[in-house]
Ligand binder design. Structure first.
Ligand SMILES: Nc1ccn([C@@H]2O[C@H](COP(=O)(O)OP(=O)(O)OP(=O)(O)O)[C@@H](O)[C@H]2O)c(=O)n1
Ligand SMILES: C[C@](O)(CO)[C@H](O)COP(=O)(O)O
Length: 234
């Protein structure tokens, strides 16, 4: 069986926090779209068997991209990110007949600044890890818990020892992740990343320290930051 991994790129969000005229994955960045930069993180990598991009059923932008139909398979998104990811995993298993033991990486379309170094670091650490593995960054700021008042006021300071920011890619065996995600969603568990579902299944994925510049483009100011980080990579 091939040791190559499959990549699922959830790209079906509307990007409401970006307050832009189109979903943030299709905003211009360094001469192409955010999504094209994200795909380029994986295209041509020797350890990558293939890519599934998960887009909204009403996405008019994907067919206009030069990479459409060239670099990736297409699956349809769902209401929440977790639903889109599960649709991508189902596509791998049911349409492409990818073996359940195959490792998959799930990476946000909105994270175009993933470095080849961090991708290789995650692949190496997670290859044989049955519980999965994620890129993450230790928290550096003091963390405050807000009270219920408005405007918000500090309730107390959270102990930041052992606190990490979860990034993506997040890596796990296709069969393990697909079942964990399906079970968690069926039970109404809040799943904001793949590791949440794996934890619900009783697993403790590896934390692989990554680069804080692997930001998720979420708010308007993030685009210029991503442009700066990408320029520094080239
Ligand atoms: N139903 C959804 C929601 C999100 N995503 C994807 O999941 C990634 C991370 O989600 P987020 O940053 O929250 O994107 P949006 O949901 O688009 O942003 P917002 O919450 O501001 O609307 C993005 O690449 C987004 O396209 C998805 O595939 N399907
Ligand atoms: C998956 C993720 O990027 C890890 O930090 C994050 O949970 C996505 O959250 P969002 O609210 O869907 O952007």
């Amino acid at each position: 069986m091939s040791n190559k991994v499959w990549v699922v790129i959830p790209a079906a969000g509307v990007g409401s926090r970006m307050q832009s005229d189109r979903p943030k994955q299709y905003l211009p960045l360094g001469g192409k779209t955010v999504l094209e930069h994200t795909l380029a993180c994986f295209t041509g990598h020797p350890a990558v068997a293939g890519i599934v991009v998960v887009v909204s059923t009403s996405d008019p932008y994907w067919p206009e991209l030069p990479v459409a139909g060239v670099s990736a398979h297409l699956a349809m998104g769902g209401k929440e990110r977790a639903d889109s990811v599960l649709n991508g995993l189902d596509y791998l298993r049911n349409k492409l007949r990818v073996a359940a033991e195959t490792n998959v990486l799930v990476h946000d379309a909105a994270r175009p600044c993933l470095s080849r170094h961090d991708l290789n670091k995650l692949l190496a650490a997670g290859a044989e890890e049955g519980a999965g593995a994620i890129l993450a960054v230790p928290v550096r700021d003091t963390m405050k818990r807000a009270g219920m008042a408005s405007p918000p006021q500090i309730s107390h300071t959270e102990n930041r020892d052992g606190l990490w920011h979860a990034l993506t890619p997040q890596m796990a065996r296709l069969g393990v992740l697909r079942k964990a995600l399906a079970d968690a969603l069926q039970q109404g568990v809040t799943v904001t990343d793949e590791a949440s579902a794996l934890e619900y299944a009783g697993l403790n994925p590896l934390l692989v320290e990554g680069d804080a510049r692997n930001i998720k483009i979420t708010r308007p100011a993030d685009l210029a930051l991503a442009e700066f980080f990408l320029a520094a990579q080239s």
